[in-house]
Ligand binder design. Structure first.
Ligand code: G3I
Length: 360
């Protein structure tokens, strides 16, 4: 193809004009239609970038079977700076036979996170659910179970030393009324299993942050009071507890936990970090515009609550898309709980979070 001198000159002029416009936009001086178009094409800062401006992380849970979904992992890798394995580090997955450890699922997620410069929350060491059959299928003496628990915690924490920044050491230890949940651990070892678990984890990795994590503790009430009491005792005894994880599985039909910010603050005053660790806001299906708008307002408010409390270190969605939410499987007729829909399209909740984080 022949190119005339006139064409070259006009191309050069165009390039110069483009560079000038870009410089004006960068300097905030251009306001014309071209500048506005450029502004629209500038990639929006991610939730992670917006959260980092406040010294917080913004994360998502994920699960191994989902990692073959390329559009899903692309967004997971770009929008968030923190990941929690939804199942891959649970006891049934990591010690499927007594004394035989399998870290392949957790490792896969840690590797993915490293590739995207994301940090990982370890979830979870001691929980009554998703235990292996060898543990639930027989009776244990206290001495036997202590040895089993110590070995499980220390082997796993040692394996992930330097790779996870925090552990949910004990998950869901209390009932709604603030009494201890009657788990195999509590039944066999008494409430002291919590302090022991924290001490054993700390021995295995003195740098990792150790959390207790639970649901329905967002508002001030009997269950969050139980955590407050326990945390105060543990701190007074010098037990290595560093944070409380508020799972934040909310549901429109039960109302917004209006005391969330005040609650986060009272844990901060104990010298503890807090985090919103498993956030979703479910609704009765079908979703409609009104419900999605309320959901968006809740996501905005919970984000603002965390930002308002200095020691609330970050927010994690319990996966980011309705495509992989645990809700419909457990609460039939409910769902649409996450900020991205099943086609990975952002919902009003996504824009509300951005706004709360100071993005446009
Ligand atoms: O692995 C089996 C698979 O072999 C089988 O074919 C399939 C059939 O249902 O089930 C698979 O197990 C499922 C497991 O997740 C792994 O995908 C279980 O049925 C399912 O019940 C289990 O659900 C998990 C749930 O914890 C168990 O309580 C969810 O994915 C997970 O997101 C959820 O996470 C919990 C947190 O750990 C603690 N807080 C509450 C939160 C929501 O329940």
């Amino acid at each position: 193809m022949r190119t005339s001198r006139t064409t070259i000159r006009s191309r050069t002029r165009l390039r110069l004009a483009g560079a000038l416009a870009a410089a004006l936009v960068a300097a905030g001086l251009a306001t014309g239609p071209a500048a506005q178009a450029d502004e629209r094409h500038r990639p929006a800062p991610t939730l992670a970038e917006l959260a980092q401006r406040h010294g917080r992380y913004f994360g998502s849970a994920t699960d191994n079977p989902e990692l073959t979904d390329a559009p899903y992992t692309a967004l997971l890798g770009s929008e968030f700076d923190q990941i929690t394995p939804g199942n891959g580090m649970k006891w049934y997955a990591t010690e499927p036979e007594r004394g035989v450890f399998d870290f392949s699922q957790g490792d896969e997620i840690v590797d993915l996170a490293r590739a995207h410069h994301q940090k990982v929350r370890g979830h979870t060491l001691v929980w009554h659910s998703q235990l292996p059959d060898w543990l639930t299928g027989r009776e244990w003496t206290a001495a036997e179970l202590r040895a089993v628990l110590k070995k499980h915690i220390q082997t796993q924490v040692r394996h992930y030393r330097g790779k996870v920044f925090a552990w949910d050491v004990v998950n869901e230890a209390f009932n709604e009324d603030g009494t201890y949940r009657e788990t195999v651990f509590h039944k066999t070892l008494g409430p002291g299993y919590i302090a022991d678990a924290l001490r054993w984890a700390h021995q295995a990795d003195p740098h990792v942050k150790l959390y207790l994590n639970d649901y329905n503790i967002e508002a001030i009430g009997p269950k969050s009071d139980a955590y407050h009491r326990l945390a105060k005792e543990l701190r007074a005894e010098g037990v290595p507890l560093h944070g409380i994880g508020f799972q934040t599985h909310l549901a429109l039909q039960y109302g917004y936990p209006a005391t969330l910010e005040e609650n986060l603050r009272r844990f901060s005053r104990l010298g503890l970090d807090t985090a919103l660790t498993e956030v979703d806001v479910r609704m009765q299906l079908p979703a409609d515009e009104t419900k999605l708008a309320t959901q968006a307002a809740w996501y905005r408010d919970l984000t603002k609550a965390c930002l308002a409390v200095r020691r609330c270190v970050g927010i994690t969605l319990w996966d980011y898309t309705d495509k992989y939410s645990w809700i419909p499987g457990v609460f039939p007729g409910e769902g649409a709980a996450l900020p991205w829909d099943e086609q990975l399209r952002p919902k009003p909740a996504y824009f509300a979070i951005r706004e709360a984080l100071g993005g446009r």
